[in-house]
Design a protein around this ligand. Structure first.
Ligand SMILES: [Zn+2]
Length: 336
């Protein structure tokens, strides 16, 4: 959607790994995204709000006590950040990992991250500034700038028990939107689910696997690609999106090639169409291949010790345990 005729494109809710919601994505534009020279935003206060969300003035202010810029990210926080925290090094590596694994050109578009000290402050700010938004742990918002050019890429969240996964998830969205002209709904969430887990999880979401095994998973990519509204995306759809991405990137060199080719087209080609027919031209039965891949993951090995902490000095939140990591598949030899 171009020009000033903006609208809220969609909400994406991630029922993620726990009973609480992981994130929401708000898009306000379908326009192409450019890569202008990296610029430090002049102020973190009151970023422009998407039309339709009706931001309101409030005594609650955006985090501004500390500003920490590294890599492609600028963190604004209302508490002092521990710059030596391994979390920041991990997020910098995440950026490299996303672009490297997806064979995408690195972007220098700034991603602004507004990090509140606790949920209460975060909630108060979001409710006062974006009162229409539902309560979620984190948001990614892509919104056009008043003077045109690339969208502002904004992440809002707070320092809580899920900070590591939430930041990895939301920043994956931001990184994708910094280089792709278009990000299909299912693929956007599938990739964010894939990259939200730290590297030693091998991108294996044990909760997703357990749910799929219990609920008799029946993959249907054409159906998934046909979903255009966020409220059509429920927990099973997020699981399936993750599964397709994991199979393509970790279970099949041919599938990976198709996905990477598709991503290159999403950089430049408007409306490149669905991915399912491309997979169907390579695999006799893509769904069967996916299920075989998942079966190998389900019988995976116990997860190595991963409960590292990413504290900011005195307040280290643990990584939420996810489960056991899957058995690496034998034909995964591309991404290390
Ligand atoms: Zn998401």
């Amino acid at each position: 959607m171009a020009g000033s005729f903006l609208h809220i494109r969609r909400w994406l809710l991630v029922p993620a790994l726990a009973t609480t919601m992981g994130c929401s994505v708000l898009r306000t534009s379908d326009g192409p995204r450019l890569d202008p020279p990296a610029m430090l935003p002049s102020t973190p206060e009151a970023p422009p709000a998407p039309l339709g969300v009706k931001p309101k003035k409030s005594p609650v202010t955006a985090p501004a006590r500390d500003v920490y810029r590294f890599s492609q990210f600028v963190f604004y926080s209302d508490f002092e950040l521990d710059r030596s925290s391994p979390l920041f090094a991990e997020l910098e590596e995440l950026r490299d990992q996303v672009f490297r694994e997806l064979a995408l050109p690195p972007s220098n578009t700034v991603v602004q991250v507004f990090l509140f000290e606790d949920f209460g402050k975060y909630r108060d700010y979001m409710q006062s500034r974006y009162p229409e938004l539902p309560r979620r742990r984190a948001f990614f918002i892509s919104q056009p700038r008043a003077n045109g050019g690339a969208d502002d890429l904004l992440v809002y969240t707070y320092w809580g028990d899920h900070i590591r996964q939430d930041l990895r998830h939301e920043l994956t969205h931001a990184l994708l939107h910094s280089v792709l002209r278009e990000v299909p709904l299912w693929l956007d969430e599938g990739l964010a689910e894939y990259f939200e887990l730290p590297p030693n999880f091998q991108h294996v979401n044990r909760n997703h696997l357990d749910d799929m095994r219990r609920d008799e998973f029946r993959p249907n990519l054409p159906r998934l690609e046909g979903l255009t509204q966020v409220d059509q995306m429920k927990q099973p759809e997020y699981r399936e999106a993750w599964a397709w991405v994991h199979w393509m990137l970790r279970g099949s060199p041919e599938g990976r090639a198709e996905l990477l080719t598709y991503l290159q087209q999403l950089r430049h080609v408007p409306g490149p169409g669905p991915l399912a027919p491309r997979l169907a031209s390579v695999f006799a039965n893509p769904g069967q291949a996916l299920n075989q891949h998942l079966a190998r993951l389900i019988v995976g090995q116990p997860m190595p010790a991963t409960a590292t902490t990413m504290g900011t000095g005195g307040n280290p939140p643990p990584l939420t345990p996810v489960g056991s990591v899957g058995q690496p598949v034998s034909n995964n030899a591309r991404n290390r």
